[in-house]
Design a protein around this ligand. Structure first.
Ligand code: GLC
Length: 743
């Protein structure tokens, strides 16, 4: 058992309150009264004083893959305090299987789908469940959430990130972090910052204006640091305006610590940067995964005076402070048996609330037991999540076909043909890898049936279901080509054929999108009657899809990211240097030319029609918005209104509040999301009164000329709606004079 020390409440409280760990955790660890032969309580400062130079250097450098939990991503060195085990990842705990054993953990819906729920209480429960699984497998610091911005639809890791909007990203991340840390495990928002593409990620220089940086790319980190006080932050691989993030003192010390008050540890991404001395000097406290060579380099640097001992002490002390919070320090006896059963149900619930109904013209919900012809290999090779460090190893993945067979009468001639085809093409072993390990399923031709066969299926079934899948992962961006952003030829042919034959018989065609991020939809959506977006829904995938199709789930998700009509509409696509991966082939620089005009901020300001807008999502019921009041009270604006279920189905609505600022010194996006609330489940006829507050400060834009946050005087428009383009109520308030805030 790891040595630990008995911590009197005062010291415990002091360290927790600094890092804002909830009381529940204090009580949890107080039960772990472990005494070491070594010393009674020693404050971090006392421990530091007792350390040699070698010990301090060892503390700030990890020692490669984790040893205590072999499949975990990394571990700090045990120096005066037990080592801390760190493990990924945003969709659920990822500990790589070894020859000796596996660490099954729940595959939750990917973060983009968690954001699609717009349900902060639910996200916090998911965070807590993941934290509990990390705790019970001996992990001290959890390497998530990822909170980079969906700057463009093709970033390979967008599934690990929440949204194109900084407010939604930030508050969802804060809920997630609070959840993880309530289980006694540290969280690590990442990748700090401006890491919005995978192409050349470890060397690329992101060039972005300070205004766009602060308003869009840093904002989620600012929110999560101030609202949830994460134990750690992971700096990003890329350079930021010429300096590696992990070596960027302006980013890691001036902004993160001096302006935002962060007092946890900053760790590198794995192998990031090119100068460990600069990393420590910049305020990057922990170098991961670390190596003995780096320890030697740092020792030499201190001895030569290139790195002062006080700079080294600063990082060592921060690590000691966090270490004294860790469960390893408290000698927590982890069980190796997390409650996967309970968490499976939570994974289902979270995915259920993240399903987004994009289109429904009289097709859904299907009647349970009705006859369906199911097309597409995705019914069998259903995708639970993405690839790379953000993937997961659940015990069980429920495929779409399995669950459709439970809820509906499936056309077995067709589905068995697809099953046979997939097995022939993939082989059982590879198919298992798609579910349980890391395997990239190259797209297969989807049109494996003839038009005559489709006509026959249309004759004897009540509806058609077509499953479209898309996967992506760490280390590469998606491709602007058929089979990725666009439909493949075989997918298009299949949709056209099924549409022709089923519509000829007055039968509906439903498309299920089991995808990692937006695809082009405008060229084919008129051929189908319903489109259900289920993103990458985690291990309970099939159950969620089937239950949403038959109405056991009434979709309540809303888009956290725009579906553009086509690639050239995407602001990041405006010039080659603005998005690597599309020529030039080997970019060294990516310029965020669009500034703050990202996602709906661009489309709404420049009048570019999206396929499906930010905040969009349909329901099987209907909601009305009534009785808006807007009241400015001091430094807050109070917005209240009612949401009424005027349809025939119980349902939840995500009510969104956008603000349109007056014209002034700074150009501003057409509107920006400033508040939102998901209602409870409203029965037909029921209503809920929504009362929201907006801090005046949160209306500010960053004025680079004066390096201040500026709220300009004038009349502001409050726009309350079901999406960014479906505004139901409007009101106004006035700001009498310009207000400036220091960063
Ligand atoms: C990877 C990822 C990071 C992950 C780390 C440890 O390179 O960029 O998100 O947490 O390594 O696996």
């Amino acid at each position: 058992m790891a040595p630990g020390v008995k911590l009197p409440l005062t010291a415990l409280k002091r360290s927790f309150y600094i890092l804002n760990t909830p009381t529940a955790y204090i009580l949890l660890t107080l039960r772990l009264s472990v005494t070491s032969g070594e010393a009674k309580l020693a404050s971090p400062e006392q421990l530091l004083k007792s350390m040699t130079l070698e010990e301090k250097v060892s503390l700030v450098v990890g020692w490669g893959p984790a040893r205590r939990v072999p499949g975990a991503a990394g571990e700090t060195r045990p120096v005066k305090v037990p080592s801390m085990v760190t493990s990924d990842g945003p969709s659920g705990l990822r500990i790589e299987p070894t020859k000796e054993r596996k660490w099954y953990a729940t595959a939750f819906p990917v973060p983009t789908m968690l954001a699609s729920t717009w349900n902060l209480e639910l996200v916090e429960r998911v965070g807590r469940a993941i934290g509990e699984e990390a705790r019970e497998y001996g992990v001290d610091i959890f390497l998530a959430p990822g909170i980079n911005i969906h700057r463009h639809p093709l970033c390979g890791r967008n599934f690990e990130y929440f949204s194109e909007d900084p407010l939604l990203s930030g508050v969802v991340a804060a809920a997630y972090v609070k959840g993880v840390q309530s289980a006694g495990v540290g969280a690590t928002p990442k990748h700090f910052a401006a890491n919005e593409q995978e192409t050349n990620r470890v060397i690329i220089d992101t060039v972005v204006s300070e205004r766009a940086l602060r308003e869009i790319y840093l904002k989620p980190f600012e929110i999560v640091v101030k609202e949830a006080k994460p134990w750690a932050i992971m700096s990003a691989y890329n350079k930021l305006n010429g300096k590696y993030c992990s070596q960027n003192e302006w980013l890691l010390t001036k902004v993160l610590r001096e302006e935002w008050g962060f007092n946890g540890i900053v760790m590198t991404d794995w192998g990031a940067g090119d100068n460990p001395v600069e990393q420590i000097k910049a305020g990057n406290d922990l170098i991961m995964p670390g190596s003995d060579e780096i320890v030697t380099k740092l020792l030499e640097a201190v001895k030569k005076g290139a790195l002062s001992e006080s700079e080294l002490d600063r990082s060592a002390l921060r690590i000691l402070r966090v270490a004294q919070l860790s469960l390893s320090y408290r000698g927590y006896r982890y069980s190796n048996q997390p409650n996967l059963e309970a968490h499976a149900q939570l994974a289902y619930e979270a995915a259920a609330e993240g399903v987004v109904l994009l289109k429904n013209e009289g097709a859904l919900p299907l009647k349970e037991g009705s006859r369906v012809a199911v097309f597409g290999t995705g019914q069998i090779e259903t995708l639970k999540g993405g690839m790379g460090s953000g993937h997961t190893h659940p015990k069980r993945v429920v495929t779409i076909l399995e669950s459709l067979r439970e809820r509906l009468k499936v056309e077995e001639e067709l589905s068995s043909a697809y099953e046979k085809y997939v097995l022939e093409k993939r082989g059982r072993e590879f198919l298992e890898k798609i579910y349980y390990e890391e395997a990239y399923p190259e797209p297969l031709p989807q049109d494996i049936v003839s038009e005559e066969q489709v006509a026959k299926f249309a004759e004897r079934n009540d509806a058609a279901i077509i499953v479209i899948t898309r996967i992506s992962g760490e280390g590469w961006d998606r491709r602007l080509e058929k089979g990725d952003f666009y439909l493949s030829n075989s997918e298009r042919k299949l949709i056209e054929m099924v549409s022709r034959q089923f519509r000829a018989k007055g039968k509906p065609v439903v498309v299920v999108l089991n995808i990692c991020g937006p695809i082009e939809v405008v060229s084919w959506r008129d051929l189908v009657d319903a489109i259900l977006l289920v993103w990458l829904p985690g291990q309970e995938a099939g159950r969620v899809v089937a239950d949403a199709l038959v109405g056991r789930i009434n979709p309540s998700g809303k888009l956290p990211t725009t579906f553009p009509r086509d690639w050239p509409d995407v602001p990041a696509a405006k010039s080659p240097e603005c998005y690597p991966g599309v020529p030039p082939e080997n970019p060294r620089v990516v310029r965020y030319c669009e500034g703050v005009y990202v996602g709906y901020r661009y489309y709404d300001t420049f009048g570019v029609e999206p396929a499906y807008e930010f905040g969009f999502g349909l329901s099987y019921t209907k909601f009305e918005y009534r009785n808006l009041t807007v009241e400015k009270a001091g430094d807050k604006v109070k917005v209240s209104f009612e949401v009424v279920n005027v349809g025939s189905y119980p349902g939840k609505e995500v009510a969104q509040v956008y603000v349109k600022a007056p014209r002034g010194k700074l150009d501003k996006p057409f509107q920006e999301l400033k508040a939102f609330k998901k209602t409870r489940l409203l029965k037909p006829g029921e209503s809920e009164k929504i009362e929201l507050e907006i801090n005046i400060r949160d209306l500010a834009s960053f004025d680079e000329s004066e390096k201040v946050w500026l709220v300009e005087k004038g009349t502001y428009e409050v726009k309350v709606g079901a999406s960014s383009r479906n505004i139901r109520l409007t009101g106004t308030f006035t700001v009498e004079n310009d207000i400036k805030f220091k960063p």
